[in-house]
Design a protein. Structure first.
Length: 270
């Protein structure tokens, strides 16, 4: 966590506030094509639900609590990134743009696990995309990197593709920026997304194919005693109960919506 703290990304890793998927999707689809054009009336502005949300690399860095003095863009080539995050096991980034996670060093495997949960969500946990690879490279090397500009570009790029089925990058950060400016934007139909359980690092990570490039500490998860296993299972049950409550609330909201739509449909027929 010291590494995450040193680059100023703690706000999108721990202590995350509630995240509203519907609001985030509405925000992304409303990002104007010319948001980065200084001559545009919509420069650094996104209008969602009738409200204006200011959105720019500077605002992202400010939200994260990061300074930008001396910060630069990532100049390393894909192959240089590949060699660093795999300890030179792989010297060229694969032509298909995805690198097997098993080739990452321990440090970068952990950063990938954090990144795929909080920064660049993905369903392909066995491989790492070029975008996330470059991001964890910047974190792992403690580069004085302009994270705000990188995040801004990735989000705008996603908006321009109209790829609605792809997971939205940096969702917690987007939601945090919206609610910090427009706290009254939520509606009764907005239900917070389920949070994944806290990430843990299993001791087997240090014994597998990953090159060990960090010192093992007490924070690494070792085989649990029976008492520890019971406590862990109880904690998992608590998380499942929370998830059930959230799902129940979502179901009830959908039922209310269905009832109102059916009523409106009957009125139209009548």
């Amino acid at each position: 966590m010291d590494l995450i703290k040193s680059v100023g990304l703690m706000k999108i890793v721990t202590g995350l506030s509630q995240c509203f998927e519907g609001l985030i999707k509405e925000f992304v689809v409303n990002i104007p094509e010319d948001i980065a054009d200084k001559n545009s009336k919509e420069f650094c502005k996104v209008f969602v639900r009738g409200k204006c949300v200011k959105f720019s690399p500077t605002l992202i860095n400010k939200f994260l609590g990061r300074g930008t003095k001396g910060a630069c863009e990532l100049e390393a080539t894909d192959n240089e990134v590949c060699r660093e995050i795999t300890a030179r096991q792989v010297k060229e980034w694969p032509s298909k743009k995805h690198l097997p996670v098993g080739k990452l060093t321990v440090k970068y495997a952990i950063l990938h696990k954090i990144g795929s949960a909080n920064w660049v969500p993905t369903n392909h946990i066995s491989t790492i995309s070029n975008a996330l690879g470059r991001f964890i490279f910047a974190v792992g090397t403690k580069l004085n990197f302009d994270y705000g500009r990188f995040m801004f570009k990735q989000i705008v790029k996603h908006a321009s593709t109209n790829a609605v089925k792809l997971p939205i990058v940096f969702p917690s950060m987007i939601c945090g920026i919206i609610l910090s400016q427009q706290p009254g934007i939520l509606s009764t139909s907005d239900i917070p997304s389920r949070r994944r359980p806290p990430l843990s690092v299993h001791y087997k990570l240090f014994e597998g194919s990953h090159v060990n490039d960090i010192i093992m500490t007490s924070a690494v998860k070792k085989p649990a005693s029976q008492g520890g296993l019971i406590a862990e299972l109880k904690e998992t049950c608590k998380e499942l109960e929370t998830g059930i409550r959230v799902d129940k609330a979502r179901k009830e909201a959908l039922e209310v919506l269905i009832d109102s739509l059916e009523l409106a449909d009957r009125d139209n027929v009548g």
